[in-house]
Design a protein around this ligand. Structure first.
Ligand code: AMP
Length: 429
């Protein structure tokens, strides 16, 4: 086996001074494992399949070499600026991720002094503004597939000269929901191009698709060292006590930024109402909200104005909320890979984080599957005052569980145990 030397700093990765200067300003002291392994191959023009934990620095992994390549070819490609062409195309599954990725790229590019044009396009907002922004083309376009196709059909953008295609959250982009849109986009791309796929998870069915898409790709699987900073816990609770336990945990631990996942849009409002009756104010984030409201809520949550956000899985992908301390699965995600995406909202880039799942008897089997697929095994814990009784393999046929005691009536010893541990998860709160 050939030994591979992994570069330990950004200079050794082959990045150019305008990018290095920016990384110093951003206080990125060294490349993350995925950056160290992938950037040299991307700069060399190779196709790539990268599996890395979310929060591991994936955006910079593709953004830095992409900017460098575009900068190097700028004089050659300047003729493109007369048409509506794009050089680097990044496809993402959600609007928020499109904006976030484009903002990161713009930030990495500040020392190119505006010579590299990066635009984000996504649905839910006026198409006209985006059409105007696309006049003269873009060097880098970050797009959700549906809006991209709309813009193509109105001749606002052409994909004929795309040199690099990035699929961020690739497992989602290659899943059934995007099949038609993605094949329509692929048909418009030139045959020769570099393709980079990034995702925390690559389920089997997606792997076979990647084989036909990529040309002799480098495959990199990085288990980020940061994963160890994310503590995963699971609390068992009776179904009827879930909301009470949630409110109790939020209040007792004084959690100030907590992201709660549920499985349906109406469950967001329903849970927010129930929490409100228990003295916990929460905002909701789901696909039925208008884009302006979605952006407003997300910004307020990011800035700490909102303490509790209840969201569907549209918030599970790629969102980078700085120092997000707690993610809670109130409903378990349907797919085991979504569990990884959800919990990856916390414990990012070396920050300490807590991912907590509240499971009742009906969730028991499904949580076993989630653990098995993700190769984890967590101890089932209980919170004093909310005991769910014994969880067995055969939970459905288990005898009726005793009712949980009212909030706060549990044995002090156990209650303290949970709180002491909870304190460890908290950061400066
Ligand atoms: P991402 O996985 O791309 O969403 O990145 C997660 C977070 O890590 C973002 O806030 C980045 O700004 C940050 N980040 C990316 N690369 C580095 C690095 N080499 N050193 C420190 N922070 C980084």
């Amino acid at each position: 086996m050939t030994a591979i030397t992994i570069p330990a700093n950004f200079t050794e990765l082959g990045l150019i001074p305008p990018l290095l200067a920016r990384l110093t300003e951003l206080e990125y002291q060294q490349p993350t494992p995925i950056q160290a392994q992938a950037i040299p191959s991307i700069l060399a023009g190779r196709d790539l399949i990268a599996g890395a934990n979310t929060g591991s620095g994936k955006t910079a992994t593709f953004a830095l070499p992409l900017l460098q390549q575009i900068h190097a070819e700028k004089p050659l490609s300047s003729k493109n600026s007369k048409g509506n062409y794009v050089t680097g195309l990044i496809l993402v599954p959600t609007r928020e991720l499109a904006k976030q990725v484009a903002d990161s790229i713009k930030s990495y590019a500040v020392h190119f002094n505006g010579s590299i044009k990066t635009i984000a396009v996504f649905g839910g907002v006026s198409v006209n503004t985006q059409m105007l922004a696309l006049r003269g083309g873009a060097d880098i376009l970050v797009a959700t597939p549906g809006r991209l196709l709309d813009l193509i059909s109105s001749n606002a953008i052409k994909l004929d000269l795309v040199k690099t295609l990035v699929l961020d959250e690739a497992d989602r982009m290659l899943s059934l929901g995007f099949t038609e849109e993605l094949s329509a986009i692929r048909a418009l791309l030139p045959k020769k191009k570099q393709i980079l796929l990034f995702s925390a998870t690559f389920p089997e069915e997606v792997k076979s698709l990647t084989e036909e898409l990529l040309n002799d790709p480098i495959e990199i699987q990085v288990q980020s060292a940061d994963a160890s900073t994310l503590v995963q816990r699971v609390f068992t609770v009776n179904k009827g006590q879930k909301t009470a336990l949630l409110a109790h945990l939020i209040k007792e631990n004084k959690w100030r930024q907590v992201l709660i996942f549920v499985n349906a849009k109406n469950s967001c409002n329903h849970l927010a109402d129930k929490l409100s009756k228990r003295g916990v104010t929460a905002e909701v984030f789901h696909g039925d909200k208008g884009q302006a409201a979605r952006s407003r809520v997300l910004e307020a949550f990011k800035s700490g104005e909102i303490d509790v956000l209840i969201a569907t899985d549209i918030a599970a992908r790629g969102l980078d909320i700085e120092k997000l301390p707690v993610v809670i699965n109130f409903d378990l995600p349907r797919s085991p890979s979504d569990y990884m995406h959800r919990i990856g909202r916390s414990g990012r880039a070396g920050e300490v984080g807590l991912a907590l799942s509240l499971i009742d008897h009906e969730d028991y089997h499904h949580f076993n599957v989630i653990e098995k697929k993700n190769k984890i095994r967590l101890e089932r814990e209980e919170v004093a005052g909310f005991e769910a009784g014994e969880f067995t393999r055969d939970a459905f046929s288990a005898p009726e569980k005793p009712m949980a005691k009212p909030e706060g009536s549990g044995k002090k010893k156990n209650k303290n145990k949970v709180q002491i541990n909870a304190d460890i998860w908290l950061r400066n709160s």
